[in-house]
Ligand binder design. Structure first.
Ligand code: SF4
Length: 387
């Protein structure tokens, strides 16, 4: 096993704050249960007082084993939620009853590891913390820029000298390099990175690494991107359609209703107003959103087994997520009587949209194939979406 480890420099500091959490992961979500846990749960009896506390799911008896709490949803084994969308094992103090009774070992892999993800490659192990947890968003908000142990994402020389045979890692690191650029805004960085990614994808290699990291060439590319003609209101309308489409299933299933209902009502009665003022307000969260994009790229753009095409699809998905976060913030801001956008709202929207869009690669491909002429976009659509 490789001893090379790459991880964010705040990785070891993360602790779940459990009962103090403002947006617990034990509610509304599909909490998957792996095969080994399912087997183990056959011999563990459910906590005794669930019925008394009105947390025994319909159809289950008081002394049944834990595996009876598992349901199949979209072909995945998950913990069946109560009608109020909470996990039956979530106590009033926001702590997990299973952990109280049996210790951490009883948990499924998802519950035990979340929000950590580990990706093992032949030459290294990468450890990430994902955006679905508010504590992680707080970590990004406290930092002017993200740092990684085992990876310098801001050093062009390191990219030029990286081994050429690992095209996928070099491509991912190059995307992080461009997304972390503080000299331009997030939209310009995303479009610059996407343009380069499409070039690499069409050639099948990173032969032009000198050009992709040359300050003069990049400045020229960014100037062309900034000067493209755009209709900001058209783009806002496109993001509104996308937001409605991406949240439709969750709204139908009654998940995240307290957030989605007002947002979807605002989206359904949408008028493109005060866009310039909103852009000024959102610009104060530019650093947080940059950190979000860099972290997402690290954790999602390169997963073992992916190829270049998968990376393009993941990048498009990340742009859709980003566009949806920005749009949900616009809807929140335009609907608030004082036209306010607090940090707590921004954090909630990052967590919410990340949870809603946490699809696996095959679901992402299916969504993109069904929703667009081609799953691989042309540059013009990315520009239109982020407009
Ligand atoms: S969302 Fe994060 S901090 Fe909140 S309960 Fe889950 S792991 Fe803990």
């Amino acid at each position: 096993m490789s001893t090379i480890e790459i991880k964010p420099d705040y990785y070891d500091d993360f602790h779940c704050i459990g009962g103090e959490c403002s947006f617990t992961c034990c509610q509304e979500w599909k909490i998957s249960v792996d095969r080994d846990t399912k087997k183990r749960w056959r011999s563990i009896t459910a906590p005794e007082d669930l019925k008394q506390n009105e947390r025994l799911p319909e159809g289950l008896s008081e002394h049944c084993s834990l595996n009876h709490f598992i349901k199949k949803v979209d072909d995945t084994d998950v913990i069946g939620l109560l009608p109020n969308m909470k996990c039956p094992f979530l106590e009033g103090d926001h702590l997990c009853r299973l952990v109280k009774d049996h210790g951490e070992e009883v948990l499924s892999v998802t519950c035990h590891e979340f929000p950590r993800e580990t990706h093992s490659f032949s030459d290294r192990t990468e450890r990430a913390l994902v955006s679905c947890c508010p504590e992680i968003v707080d970590c990004w908000n406290e930092r002017k820029e993200l740092g990684f142990t085992g990876l310098d994402i801001r050093d062009p020389e390191a990219l030029r000298n990286a081994p050429e045979n690992d095209t996928l890692k070099l491509t991912r690191d190059l995307m992080m390099f461009h997304l972390s650029d503080k000299s331009s805004d997030n939209r310009t960085n995303l479009l610059t990175a996407f343009f380069i990614l499409m070039d690499i994808y069409s050639k099948g290699s990173v032969d032009a690494i000198e050009d992709y990291t040359d300050p003069a060439s990049i400045r020229k590319l960014k100037d062309s991107i900034v000067n493209l003609e755009r209709d900001a209101e058209d783009s806002l309308t496109e993001r509104n359609e996308l937001f409605l489409d991406m949240t439709e299933n969750y709204a139908r299933e009654g998940r995240y209703t307290s957030f989605l209902k007002p947002l979807r009502d605002a989206a359904e009665n949408f008028n493109a107003n005060d866009l310039k003022e909103f852009q000024t307000v959102i610009s104060s969260y530019e650093t947080l959103l940059r950190n979000y994009l860099v972290s997402e790229t690290f954790s999602n753009l390169l997963i073992p087994g992916m190829d270049l095409r998968d990376m393009v699809l993941q990048f498009e998905w990340m742009m859709m997520e980003y566009a949806s976060i920005i749009h949900s913030l616009y809807l929140q801001w335009i609907s608030s009587s004082e036209h306010e956008l607090t940090y707590e709202t921004v954090r909630n929207m990052i967590v919410l949209i990340s949870r809603l869009t946490g699809y696996d690669a095959s679901d992402i491909e299916e969504y993109l194939t069904n929703s667009f002429e081609s799953a691989i976009w042309d540059f013009g659509y990315a520009d239109y979406l982020l407009g």
